[in-house]
Design a protein around this ligand. Structure first.
Ligand code: ZN
Length: 96
């Protein structure tokens, strides 16, 4: 079983897909870092109003701490997209 299949069975993010997994040091601890990317043609959601809006650019990648997998520290790495909402202007997309 591939680790991506396992992750999809544990938690599936509708608008995102798991990309690659690497082992690296995070805050002095060895951790598995899972890269996440948006699905092709997925539209981000405005953080303020929850409506689907147009994506602009990507921000720098960030690490989001996730539940340990088999007692192994796990982080999700993702570059949140900037969005242009007609009502609220430029915001960061909402994340699950
Ligand atoms: Zn909005």
């Amino acid at each position: 079983m591939l680790i991506n299949t396992l992750l999809n069975n544990i938690v599936r993010f509708k608008s995102f897909v798991y990309d690659s997994i690497i082992i690296m040091m995070v805050e002095g601890v060895e951790a598995s870092v899972i890269d996440i990317k948006p699905r092709i043609n997925s539209q981000p959601i405005c953080l303020e109003c929850g409506k689907r809006v147009r994506a602009m650019t990507d921000n720098p990648q960030r690490l989001f701490e996730y539940q340990p997998i088999w007692s192994f520290k796990c982080d999700l790495r993702y570059a949140p997209r900037r969005v242009r909402c007609p009502t609220h202007g430029i915001k960061i997309e909402a994340l699950p």
